[in-house]
Design a protein around this ligand. Structure first.
Ligand code: SAH
Length: 219
């Protein structure tokens, strides 16, 4: 691995290990998720000027008015998607920096990721290529429509918040599949988990959260 990916000082393995301990202390118990997050260099998913802050448990700006999600939220959502399940095919809406994409792609067989801002998705694609991922497919589109040609998905994860969960996403969820999605008006969002059993959909509420809004259309 290149020195740049390994990291030094504020991006070193020691600094990363401290973040993982912090996530564990905050209640994240899924060791698969924690192990993957220990390995993936979050500092290459942010601008070089912010690299020294990449292993703080905080969201950071990634340009275009968007943010890379807080590590705790990435861990919480990934664990919520995976606990007790082994999803093969997963859809992510909101590629953003590509960090959550990387974490997921290490834990499932096929990852499909949709992003409405072309510039962000291109940067994410370059980073993920550099990390040698081969199980990710990218689409530049409004992800409220899901990605019908690859549906149904065993898992769907959405990293921007709609006021109401788009119907198409429910319809692209496989039987037994699970969706993790923040929803609600700004200031009143909740992290929701839906699970399909046949025609029934069961809902759980996890945490109060604060995500950027899911926006219609693409740019
Ligand atoms: N998981 C990403 C989160 C980025 S923020 C990360 O940690 O880097 C949420 C992302 O969702 C932004 O990149 C935003 O452009 C994208 N987004 C918002 N509305 C969208 C939509 N309708 N379809 C696809 N992507 C959307």
């Amino acid at each position: 691995m290149s020195a740049d990916l390994r990291g030094i000082g504020m991006t070193s393995q020691r600094t990363r290990d401290r973040l993982i301990q912090r996530l564990r202390d905050a209640g994240i118990a899924n060791n698969h998720v924690l192990d993957v997050m220990r390995e993936i260099p979050r500092h290459i998913f942010v601008d070089e000027a912010l690299a020294s802050r990449a292993y703080e448990d905080t969201a950071l700006p990634i340009g275009f008015g968007q943010t890379i999600s807080q590590p705790y939220i990435v861990a919480r959502m990934t664990a919520a998607l995976l606990d007790g399940k082994s999803p093969v095919r997963v859809l992510e809406v909101g590629t953003g920096s590509g960090y959550q994409t990387a974490v997921l792609a290490r834990l499932v067989d096929e990852l499909y990721t949709v992003e409405r801002i072309a510039g962000l998705q291109e940067l994410a694609r370059q980073r993920l290529k550099r990390l040698n991922f081969r199980n990710i497919r990218y689409k530049h589109s409004d992800g409220s429509w899901g990605w019908d040609i690859f549906a149904p998905f065993d898992g769907i994860i959405v990293t921007a918040a709609p006021e109401e969960v788009p119907e198409e996403l429910f319809s692209q969820l496989a039987d037994g599949g699970r969706m993790v999605i923040p929803a609600g008006r700004s200031g009143h969002q909740q992290l929701l988990v839906f699970e399909r059993q046949g025609t029934q959909i069961q809902q759980d509420v996890l945490d109060r959260v604060s995500f950027v809004p899911l926006v219609k259309g693409e740019v």
